[in-house]
Ligand binder design. Sequence first.
Ligand code: SF4
Length: 589
Amino acid sequence: MREQMAATVEGPGLKPIESIGALRGAEAPRSLREAKGGVPQRLKPESGLGGYGTAEAVPLSKTARVGASERQMRGSLDCALRAPLGMTASNDGMTAVDGCDVNDAEDGTPFDKLREECGIMAVYGHPDAARMTFWGLYALQHRGQESAGIASADGHDVNDIKGMGLVSEIFTDEVLARLPGHIAIGHTRYSTTGDSALLNAQPISVESTMGLIAIAHNGNLVNLGNSKERLERDGAVFQTTSDSEIIIQLIAHSRCNTLVDCIAESLAQVDGAFSIVMMTRNRIFAARDPHGFRPLSMGRIAGVNGEPDTFVFASETCAFDLLHAKYERDVRPGELVMVSEDGVTSRRFAPETVPHASCIFEHVYFARPDSRVFGRWVQQSRDEMGRQLARESGVDADLVVPVPDSGVTAALGYAAESGIPFNFGLIRNHYVGRTFIQPEQRTRDFGVRMKLNPVRNLLQGKRIILIDDSIIRGTTSRKIVRMCRAAGAAEVHMRISCPPTISPCFYGVDTPSTRELIAANKSIEEIREFIEADSLAYLSLVGLTYSCTTNEPANGMSPASFCTACYTGVYPTQWVDVEDILPAGALVG
Ligand code: SF4
């Protein structure tokens, strides 16, 4: 049963988003044109961000986007909730299926997961800043494995080195020796299909009248207005297709008098998700977008023998631990922090009134459980997700089994709350790289079986509860369920530690379009049937936000502080891609 969204779209010729919501239900229009009320359309954004938007907005890269006012979207967040408490589908009469006759498409990737696109790191005031940045990126490797880069400065010169592959593959001792200086920034990147060239690896550097500026960016900009065309008319030469470069070109072409003013002015012109670190030959800057979509924390390494302290910034605090850095605080949404020889200073580039929309999926899946993200331990949230899941949709069983690795903490919580024993019934091979899988192997679940293997003596004859963090297309979940049955499990009950993923992300997470998201196109019961589980239940949205906020101090995260758009289809910014939010079948006709 799917509820419809209630927010409204404004603009010439567009139907209210109510009608976009209806696309998800039975009355989907026959074509994209019909869905958009006769588009392609370009809309001007509303002036809802306190005058911080560009004068005229033009879609960034896709064919059509709709804007919905932030006020309307926030207002409809609660009523757009699509996963009521205890939403469960079950099938007691299910018979075991013996394994490997998969007839669904295998895309060659072993796991069907959403992927974070970047991790960023910055160090100021350490004699070997590049090496410290390397260690930080090493801890952030889970946020992107396709390319990495480090830029360093010694007060005079800026050097940067980028490469394709893992951080440890690129930055050998010899390479790090070519990055001298006490200042460094770094980036590790997962890029979307067709966009994995070294060209787009970061940090990106641009020469300006104020010297060379390098930037590393986590997130995705959703509205750059006519900035790129205007910058090109002003003589900007873009080196990459990355929208991150727009920020740095805006800075380089700003007419403000000081670099800090140039940066603040430029950041105020763009909308979307950005946690960034920047450097010049003698300063570090760190900033987060006004909504605070992506995390960015600040830490400090105490100086020894009267030496000044070292300041570090990272996407996740797990990067601090290797450096013996102490977490100080998060960079606040809409804040620009500068570190120079004069110390640390901070200013705002956006009003504090912009509603926060921190990505809740960081707590569900992306971030490491040993990190503190948005000021809260991820382990604490995930454990509570598992406990809440057990409270909402408990089922009689013999064993709680996590889908490793990201399902482990929630499974521990589920087991603790339910009293059902926990064990590792599936073992993950951590050394599976980008192995080429032959076409004939793809049709036999080879990718998943390379990565996961069942522990037969644990599963044999048992009624198991599988805990995972998401179902995206459903194909991987089906393979895992079949794998458990083939290993002798008597019953397989699937429990997911977040609500159904029904809508794509536009804020720096690689998601399929709505057409490919199984939960956007099938009911819970249909998904259960598809993945061949005995029962299936998702954590409710209320349960998720509760899990990510329970026991928070009065000034801590609240349910309203989070972006939950991939579970609700209600976006915190004005710009979304119409094509990407159409369900399967909407283009037929
Ligand atoms: Fe995170 Fe989902 Fe929002 Fe993207 S849409 S920022 S993945 S909560």
